[in-house]
Design a protein around this ligand. Structure first.
Ligand code: COA
Length: 182
């Protein structure tokens, strides 16, 4: 495994890359029932070894190209992949913004892992990547996601109707952003 990009109290946070193929595949296999209500519907080809490998290679290329920062947090105590945080769609110019998406493995939920990971990752996106705005959106019924964003200081900006197709259905989302404080 390459050197981590960031360290938190309980995790080492890496850019998603080829060396993480096994833990990433394990993560989606173990957590498929836990994650599927909150993610786009995916056919079996998405979960093939080749497809995972391609996405991990794309993550490395997009990081080098400044298009995304896709993170995988490895729990130091167990060596398991605890969670994923994807800062994608980085737009420069007068916007200096990106989107944030995230998930935790079921066994890591309810223990403060995502707050811990995102706290460091957001600092990195503001200080090192010099972004101004991070946008994160969630379905009104995803209470855990809403509480997490509130805890991290994201502000609600509106409700977008039929915003994303999640688990096969167009779903309204609450739009939130966090802006860098100077
Ligand atoms: C959204 C998601 C990442 C939130 O995970 P989470 O564990 O609730 O978030 P945190 O890591 O911030 O942990 C907070 C919880 O840990 C508890 N906790 C325990 N120890 C803690 C600590 N040291 N620090 C902070 N919180 C701690 C908090 O009380 C809180 O639990 P509660 O909500 O039961 O009160 C997770 O539910 C998930 O992966 N869901 C499926 C995918 C998903 O919905 N993605 C987002 C789509 S928008």
């Amino acid at each position: 495994m390459n050197n981590p990009l960031l360290s938190t109290e309980r995790t080492e946070v890496h850019i998603q890359n080829r060396s993480l193929l096994e833990p990433v595949m394990d993560y989606y296999r173990i957590n498929s029932a836990h994650l599927s209500p909150w993610e786009p519907e995916r056919d079996q080809s998405y979960f093939s070894r080749e497809a995972f490998q391609e996405r991990l290679e794309l993550s490395e290329r997009n990081f080098r190209g400044g298009q995304s920062v896709q993170l995988a947090a490895i729990d130091r105590a167990t060596g398991q992949l605890a969670g994923i945080a994807n800062f994608t769609g980085i737009i420069r110019g007068p916007f200096q913004a990106c989107f944030l998406g995230y998930s935790l493995g079921e066994s890591f939920q309810g223990k403060g892992y995502m707050s811990e990971i995102l706290d460091k990752a957001i600092q990195y996106m503001f200080k090192e990547q010099k972004l101004h705005r991070i946008m994160a959106n969630y379905m009104p019924r995803n209470k855990r996601s809403g509480s997490l964003l509130e805890r991290l200081g994201f502000e609600k900006e509106g409700l977008a109707r039929d915003y994303l197709q999640i688990d096969g259905k167009w779903e309204d989302h609450i739009l939130t952003s966090k802006i860098r404080s100077e």
